[in-house]
Design a protein around this ligand. Structure first.
Ligand code: FES
Ligand code: FES
Length: 173
């Protein structure tokens, strides 16, 4: 079992499946999930914006639920399945949400984008055809400091359409 961090406290053994790959590690009890993902696994697509549960840049799906990974201990994720932005594309093919953010200019600096996309995935899994107000409500825990919200909403609307009625043999999950 690999050890991710050293500290005076006894490491806690965890097993997590991240983007389909299972990892066994021993982590510092106080290590936040976002640091485990970034520093332990090298998945730096999960961003750290505020570290205080405010911005949503660190959002990942934990057992299918969007969580702010700066608010979850890595030890609490033991046994969980986690999806990060790196797991959205499969076999070299962008997820429809990624494609829609690109086509609708849903990113400016891109800092909020990974968290936005994972929250959008949860929104669309719960409601495949949301209205614009429903999209905005679903994304309200994610802040975009570039304030490009209109393009983000358009991107989620486009992704919803594409996931329901794929125009190409694209993935719709
Ligand atoms: S870094 Fe987690 S909510 Fe801002
Ligand atoms: S695109 Fe820059 S923070 Fe959202």
């Amino acid at each position: 079992m690999a050890q991710v961090m050293h500290s005076a406290l006894s490491p806690v053994p965890i097993t997590v499946t991240v983007n389909g790959t299972t990892y066994h590690h021993a982590v510092e009890p106080r290590m936040l999930l976002v640091y485990y993902l970034r520093e332990g696994l090298g998945l730096v697509g999960t961003h750290i914006g505020c570290d205080t549960t405010s911005c949503g840049a660190c959002t990942v799906l934990l057992n299918g639920l969007a969580v702010k990974s700066c608010t979850v201990l890595a030890a609490q994720a033991d046994g969980a399945e986690i999806l990060t932005v790196e797991g959205l594309a499969r076999n070299g093919q962008l997820h429809p949400i990624q494609e829609a953010f690109w086509l609708e200019h849903g990113l400016q600096c891109g800092f909020c984008t990974p968290g936005m996309m994972l929250t959008a995935l949860q929104v669309l899994q719960r409601n495949p055809d949301p209205s614009d107000p429903e999209i905005r409500r679903g994304l309200e825990g994610n802040l975009c400091r570039c304030t490009g919200y209109q393009h983000i909403v358009k991107a989620v609307r486009r992704a919803a359409r594409e996931m329901r009625f794929p125009s190409s043999p694209a993935r719709a999950d």
